[in-house]
Design a binder for this molecule. Structure first.
Ligand code: DX5
Ligand code: ZN
Length: 223
């Protein structure tokens, strides 16, 4: 089975203590930090953007995994690259020219990711996977933390995994939304290897939450 990796999403952090909490995440061995950008248009809510990313970038060496829930994200690719993104994932549904958007990300020297919402067949992303190292299968409707995993996502992950393996593509499947103790093994067994967790990491004791996730991932690795 693929080695799975936890990507904590700071959307569920306590913003008053953001620096301290990111430090805790890093000290507890996480390599990737998930950064949710929402524009109040593609999704109903507004989160945070460039200045916050730039500030975090100065203080951490974790990989900054930017998830753009933004309409026509191509407009902001250069800005996010300049602020320190390592990867940028865009929604298929938000781009009028998906290929040009992914190419803009690659032209900045970053890793490109493509995402599908729960209602979008995952197959719609397949024509773009040769440009991507990340396929983000949303397991909730994008826009808010703390929602329940949508069970029909599991089948989408399975189909994507089969396609990626069949074509021999270098692309990892990321899942985002409602990932916690019960749903994590379901997603990993279906083929996901980048596991975004917001409330699962930041609610309660961060160090203990991360320890438990890592223990669970290690157990799955032995299957
Ligand atoms: C939701 C965001 C997620 C969110 C996940 O649109 O993309 O990254 O932080 O939160 P949880 O893990 O609480 O479902
Ligand atoms: Zn996200």
């Amino acid at each position: 089975m693929n080695a799975a990796e936890l990507c904590p999403s700071i959307l569920s952090a306590d913003f008053w203590r953001l620096g301290e909490q990111i430090r805790t995440v890093e000290e507890n061995g996480c390599r990737i930090l998930h950064f949710d950008v929402m524009d109040g248009d593609f999704v109903p809510s507004i989160s945070f953007g460039m200045p916050v990313l730039r500030t975090i970038r100065k203080e951490t060496s974790m990989l900054m995994d930017v998830h753009m829930m933004v309409r026509e994200p191509v407009r902001y690719v250069r800005d996010f690259a300049d602020c320190g993104a390592d990867s940028i994932t865009v929604h298929l549904e938000a781009c009028s020219d998906v290929e040009a958007t992914l190419q803009a990300i690659l032209d900045c020297g970053l890793t490109a990711g493509i995402s599908v919402k729960p209602g979008t067949p995952v197959e719609e992303a397949f024509p773009y996977l040769h440009l991507c190292r990340i396929l983000l299968v949303m397991t909730v409707e994008p826009g808010f933390g703390g929602q329940d995993y949508i069970e029909s996502s599991t089948e989408k992950i399975r189909r994507a995994k089969a396609y990626i393996d069949e074509k021999g593509l270098d692309c990892k499947i990321q899942v985002d939304g409602g990932i916690h103790k019960r749903t994590l093994p379901i997603a990993v067994r279906a083929g996901a290897s980048l596991l975004v967790e917001g409330s699962g990491v930041f609610r309660g004791d961060i160090a203990e939450n991360i320890r438990q996730v890592k223990e669970q991932i290690a157990g799955l690795g032995e299957e």
